[in-house]
Design a binder for this molecule. Structure first.
Ligand SMILES: Nc1nc2c(ncn2[C@@H]2O[C@H](COP(=O)(O)OP(=O)(O)O)[C@@H](O)[C@H]2O)c(=O)[nH]1
Ligand SMILES: [Mg+2]
Length: 242
């Protein structure tokens, strides 16, 4: 039995039109989860998918009724809303997640847990060893990171990297997360954790190109929603009592 094992772990996968990906993401994670945690649960968040994602989640729940929970958004509310449904549904003291589209290697959870044990971090957050997205996305993220650094002084390699491990205590301690649509949720989460002096440690993770379905993380309305959230939190932090 490896030393780096957790007593209990909650895992969530945010899904938007992932009918082609979620079953393999889930089935790849299952045997790994059984090795890394004595007790575990999987939370499958359906964020108003327009394809057969929900049907597939229900099939997976049927196969694992004890450990699987489905959170269903009847309308698509956005990545932020899906993230919040995952973290606020999680019941175990440790929470992790990856995107549902197979772009991460869940086996690297062993590395995140090992890093946590070595550093006593409250959050172990991934950064892309090599990010498998078009160049314009990489530039877009760089501009976003610069804005977050200038406005809030937060400096991490890849704020939006969709593979993180953290204590539930962080979620229970920080002010309630607000962002819904768009990418701001990750910045809001890390900013609030940093403000409460939680220890954040970064680790390189593998990133694969998306095999099926479309990433919509860079759609104009998504980015605009993020910018609005960014300025709203900046205003709140600087001009109101929190
Ligand atoms: N883009 C997008 N993804 C969502 C949404 N809700 C949940 N997700 C999930 O969030 C994860 C990341 O989305 P993705 O589009 O792959 O982002 P990208 O990898 O940065 O291009 C995937 O598992 C999506 O299924 C949403 O409203 N929009
Ligand atoms: Mg993706």
């Amino acid at each position: 039995m490896s030393d780096y094992i957790l007593e209990s772990l909650s895992v969530f996968f945010p899904c938007y039109n992932e009918e082609k990906n979620i079953e393999s993401t889930f089935n790849k994670a299952l045997p790994i989860l059984q090795k890394v945690a004595k007790n575990w649960e999987i939370i499958l968040v359906n964020d108003g998918s327009k394809d057969n994602t929900l049907k597939i989640l229900q099939k997976l729940k049927k196969a694992h009724p004890q450990q699987v929970t489905i959170v269903n958004h009847t309308q698509n509310r956005g990545y932020g809303a899906a993230f919040k449904s995952g973290v606020y549904t999680a019941k175990y003291p440790w929470i992790t997640f990856t995107d549902a589209d197979g772009q991460f290697d869940f086996n690297e959870i062993h590395k995140l847990v090992a890093t946590q044990k070595k550093t006593n971090a409250d959050l172990v957050i991934g950064f892309y060893n090599v990010r498998q997205v078009p160049a314009f996305r990489i530039w877009g993220s760089a501009a976003w990171q610069l804005a977050v650094f200038i406005l809030f002084g937060l400096r991490v390699k890849d704020i939006d990297c969709g593979f993180k491990l953290f204590r539930k205590e962080v979620i229970d301690t920080i002010p309630h997360l607000e962002a819904e649509r768009g990418p701001f949720i990750s910045s809001e989460f890390l900013l609030k954790a940093k403000k409460k002096k939680f220890k954040i440690v970064e680790i390189g993770v593998t990133h694969f190109s998306r095999q099926a379905g479309n990433g919509t993380g860079a759609n104009f309305d998504v980015v605009l929603a993020g910018l609005v959230d960014l300025l709203r939190l900046w205003f709140k932090v600087n001009f109101t009592k929190s």
